[in-house]
Design a protein around this ligand. Structure first.
Ligand code: SF4
Length: 413
């Protein structure tokens, strides 16, 4: 069996754990934000409805700010106050209510899972984190723990981005916070810390602390209710962590939870030395040829051809000018020829490569892709018949183009 982590990365003193719980919960009782799902979870006698309400709020809160979610949550619960009501809704209705919240698959999955609870589980929400995760599509370990602890009082911890930050600071964990070893350790810590008499409040308190006090860039350590338990804070104040080991980082290079020996504690960063993330992978470099195909519309105004992207992958379902990903390091002549062949498929007639006019290059950075669009234009004298067997396509005026579902990158083009 692997050796247990060094004591400085653990909560092994029961008296300290008890004190931390007490301080955190007292702070939460005083300072917690007033949120509609909290009010419902605290007062709703129907356990099924409590679970449903927390579930809806947790799914909406993934990737989205609390302030944005409140209005959506209230409208959702008004329209579908129960699982049964949601199970009867159409996907179109769900998408309409979700419009503007982003990541549309979340709403769809929520509704599919509600249908499953109604049709396969006799309308009864699973009551433990293990069953929630196993039985509900779209419910992962964090969401399952949140629903089970907040709605059903199960003493199970949760680890989300806020909890990762707080725990890494409390225990000076400086190894890559997304590595499996660190994540496993954080779940173990969360399960040790959770207060068995108020698990839902404790978990929300830990997340609330991360969201409002132990924030990423400028944490408010002076106001922090658990600062006396925080190794990062001690280290910032006194230059050493507590309990004081002989060396500042345990077994430099060997400890799976300490900062790597190559990136030691940086005193100018203070507590924000923690958590550490792995260096981001450099973005993928891509080059795409695109053609702004223009014709004279029936009222004389220019019109442009746009085509729809596939329903999965990058920019799924959005519209763009006919485009073709290119291999790297092609000669301009070859790029032009490949684009001409690609356009021929759309136009049903040969396109001379030399008729494509080079306009320029547009660079757009997606989160993980450094994309260069090589932009050409082509003016059509006559009309052309679009092949209905290809992806959906249509001619649009400039105004219609801007009102269509096109990406920012295409607007730049
Ligand atoms: Fe976070 Fe500072 Fe509190 Fe430590 S003392 S938990 S770093 S806010």
């Amino acid at each position: 069996a692997p050796a247990p982590p060094p004591a400085r990365h653990l909560f092994s003193d029961p008296a300290e754990v008890e004190a931390l719980r007490g301080n955190l919960l007292a702070w939460y009782d005083r300072c917690k934000r007033d949120l509609p799902w909290r009010a419902l979870a605290a007062t709703e006698p129907d356990a099924n409805r409590r679970g449903y309400a927390v579930w809806v709020s947790e799914i909406m809160l993934q990737q989205t700010q609390v302030a944005t979610v409140i209005d959506y949550y209230n409208r959702w619960m008004q329209k579908w106050p129960t699982l049964q009501a949601l199970a009867q809704a159409s996907l179109e209705e769900v998408n309409e209510l979700w419009a503007g919240l982003g990541y549309y698959s979340r709403g769809k999955r929520l509704q599919q899972a509600a249908r499953k609870v109604v049709s396969e589980l006799a309308g009864r929400m699973p009551r433990t984190a293990e069953d929630l995760q196993k039985l509900l599509p779209g419910v992962g370990r964090y969401t399952a723990g949140a629903i089970a602890s907040i709605s059903y009082g199960q003493a199970t911890g949760v680890v989300d981005g806020n909890v990762i930050r707080v725990l890494c600071r409390l225990r000076c964990i400086g190894a890559n916070s997304s590595s499996p070893a660190v994540i496993d350790h954080l779940w173990d810590m969360a399960n040790v810390l959770v207060d068995s008499s108020r698990p839902g409040d404790f978990n929300q308190a830990l997340m609330e602390l991360g969201a409002t006090v132990c924030v990423p860039k400028a944490p408010l350590c002076g106001e922090c209710p658990v600062k006396q338990h925080c190794q990062a804070w001690r280290r910032k104040l006194f230059g050493k962590p507590l309990p004081v080991p002989d060396v500042e980082d345990c077994g430099v290079g060997d400890c799976p939870l300490c900062p790597p020996a190559t990136e030691p504690w940086d005193s100018s960063l203070g507590v924000t030395n923690f958590p550490r993330k792995a260096a981001k992978k450099p973005p993928r470099v891509m080059r795409t040829a695109t053609c702004v195909l223009e014709r004279r519309g029936c009222h004389g105004a220019p019109e442009y051809l746009i085509v729809q992207r596939p329903n999965s992958g990058l920019l799924a379902g959005l519209w763009e000018f006919p485009s073709l990903p290119l291999a790297q390091d092609l000669q301009e002549e070859t790029e032009r020829k490949e684009l001409a062949d690609h356009l021929q498929a759309w136009m049903g007639q040969p396109v001379a490569a030399k008729s494509l006019q080079f306009i320029g290059e547009v660079i757009h950075i997606f989160s993980h892709i450094h994309q260069t669009y090589v932009v050409y234009s082509l003016h059509l004298d006559g009309d052309m018949t679009l092949d209905p067997a290809l992806s959906p396509s249509r001619w649009v005026t400039e105004d219609e183009f801007h009102a269509s579902a096109v990406s920012t990158a295409m607007k730049k083009v």
